[in-house]
Design a protein around this ligand. Structure first.
Ligand SMILES: [Zn+2]
Ligand SMILES: [Zn+2]
Length: 366
């Protein structure tokens, strides 16, 4: 019997709009259980520093986009089982970096897979080699090999009535000579249903975004999977204006060595509800026919996180500089720091606010 999740408390009135907030949303906590039939569910799975999202369509068909690092594979398979997965209809490798494809190797061993979508760019790495070997050895639900598709812009599928998956990128020929060709050639896909839309961006950077603009891709979406784990090169103001999401998801590992998500990205996301796998764990979003987005997470944000100061940027400063005269606090790289004799150091924005200091405009990201 399919268990029904307790999605009681929080309902985002997506189409009616919701009040801007930069506080981390504290959602009802849940456990991973199968989606009830008739709903479109996207589960952004916590795989540490990496990406993974399982989409369950209203008719029960499934699409898995990315799988985190190889070491996450077993944990990911366990999570997929909890979500009721018995086979995967579409397994999508957004690009061949290990934090996206590593965990898919174990998934290919554990579940029958209908189609594998891959950008098929020349890429040398042991993990990508293992991934391609796992694809060759995998089985489809019909007992044959999964179909291997080289994914390019224009590919669309209708996994369920009135639900469409459209690939917006990469286009042919693939980008070359960028700072990271694998990132910039990531699969970008959108999911449209009468109840709402999702945009998945892999790890695209500036050149990848430019290409989407040139191709006049429809980027408007209710929910954005923020590119490149919230890195500064993954998001800019122009892109967010085009997507204009109500909700953003950052898939990121706690205390990762890259400093993701970047505070500039968080500042750009002000006014959008931001969920993060490092804080919220697995994030389950359901679209029901009433055009509401229901969100539940497997972890609730800690009391400390929930009491963050108004600015998302401030949340990520490990030191702030107060002005004992004006009682205003600044980011350490502010161009208008107080005179040295007036400076007070705080270990966090919270500490400064508890001491009665207000944020300077550098903190608010203006
Ligand atoms: Zn990447
Ligand atoms: Zn990545």
């Amino acid at each position: 019997m399919r268990a029904v999740l307790q999605f009681a408390a929080l309902v985002l009135l997506l189409l009616a709009g919701c009040a801007p907030s930069s506080k981390p949303p504290a959602e009802p906590t849940t456990t991973l259980e199968p989606a009830p039939s008739g709903t479109l569910q996207v589960a952004f799975l916590d795989v540490g520093q990496g990406d993974s999202a399982l989409i369950t369509f209203p008719n029960g068909k499934t699409m898995l986009i990315d799988g985190g690092e190889t070491e996450q594979g077993r944990r990911l398979v366990r999570k997929l089982r909890q979500l009721g997965v018995r086979h995967i209809d579409w397994l999508v490798a957004s690009h061949p970096h290990s934090d996206h494809i590593g965990g898919l190797i174990q998934v290919l061993r554990a579940f029958p897979v209908g189609e594998v979508w891959d950008i098929a760019m020349p890429f040398e790495s042991p993990v990508y080699r293992d991934f391609l070997r796992a694809v060759r050895n995998a089985r489809s639900p019909g007992g044959r090999r999964p179909e291997f598709r080289k994914v390019r812009r224009g590919l669309t599928v209708e996994p369920a009535p009135k639900v469409r998956v459209s690939v917006l990128a990469p286009s042919e020929p693939l980008l070359t000579g960028t700072r990271s060709d694998p990132n910039n050639n990531s699969v970008v896909l959108r999911i449209d249903s009468p109840s709402g839309s999702f945009l998945f961006t892999g790890d695209i950077e500036r050149e990848g975004r430019q290409r989407l603009y040139v191709a006049r891709a429809n980027l408007r979406a209710d929910v954005l999977k923020v590119s490149h784990h919230g890195a500064a090169n993954g998001t800019d103001r122009a892109f967010l204006r085009r997507v204009s999401p109500r909700v953003a998801v950052i898939s990121v590992g706690a205390g990762n060595r890259y400093g993701h998500p970047h505070r500039e990205t968080l500042a750009l996301l002000q006014g959008i509800r931001v969920y993060r796998t490092d804080w919220h764990g697995d994030i389950l979003m359901r679209l029901s026919t009433d055009k509401k987005l229901h969100v539940a997470t497997t972890r609730s944000v800690s009391a400390e996180q929930a009491q963050l100061p108004s600015s998302a940027r401030a949340a990520h400063l490990s030191v702030v500089i107060g002005n004992r005269k004006s009682r205003v606090y600044h980011a350490p790289d502010c161009t208008q720091l107080p005179k040295p004799e007036n400076r007070v150091r705080f270990r966090s924005a919270q500490e400064a606010e508890r001491a009665g200091y207000r944020p300077h405009k550098c903190i608010e990201g203006e």
